[in-house]
Design a protein around this ligand. Sequence first.
Ligand code: IMP
Length: 174
Amino acid sequence: MASETLRVLIPEDRLQARIRELGRQIRQDYGDAPITCIGVLKGSFIFMADLVRAIGGDIRCEFLGVSSYHGGTRSTGVVRITEDLNNPIEGQHCLIIEDIVDTGLTLDYLLRTLEVRGPSSIKVCALLDKAPRREVDVKADYVGFSIPDEFVVGFGLDLGERFRNLPHVAVYTP
Ligand code: IMP
């Protein structure tokens, strides 16, 4: 694949500075309350690792596996849980941690799935927001960066499992 290109969209230092800001903001909003952070696998794992340290205080980490893409650059629109939470979330303040909100179908499905489990509150923190592509009316409470309608990789985001380990976010052109 000699012709594919990667162009840096958000460099590492901007990502880290923004994550520190988000962490401060989130901790300020929740006060001393314990927060159950729910990372949506696999894309959020790097963002979550940095974000939970930036939030600080009493944090529990849970993970949920979902699949909406099948190795391509467009969502299939069919969301499925591939790995469920290991623990109940009833009575807890939950923060869903997403890599990116694109059509919003994944987030809409997750919110509906988790709300019925009785959390005290449920909010969403997304590193990236591709608002022009939204198909359902969902919004993250905390957003790192709004980005244009381009396919991005790096910092946890992949294309067919590649590029997750890039320290920055890059636009992928086939
Ligand atoms: P949505 O359901 O369309 O909002 O898509 C959400 C999921 O699609 C994200 O959690 C990502 O895993 C994936 N996704 C959406 N846009 C991109 C992208 O530009 N690069 C990599 N993955 C993406």
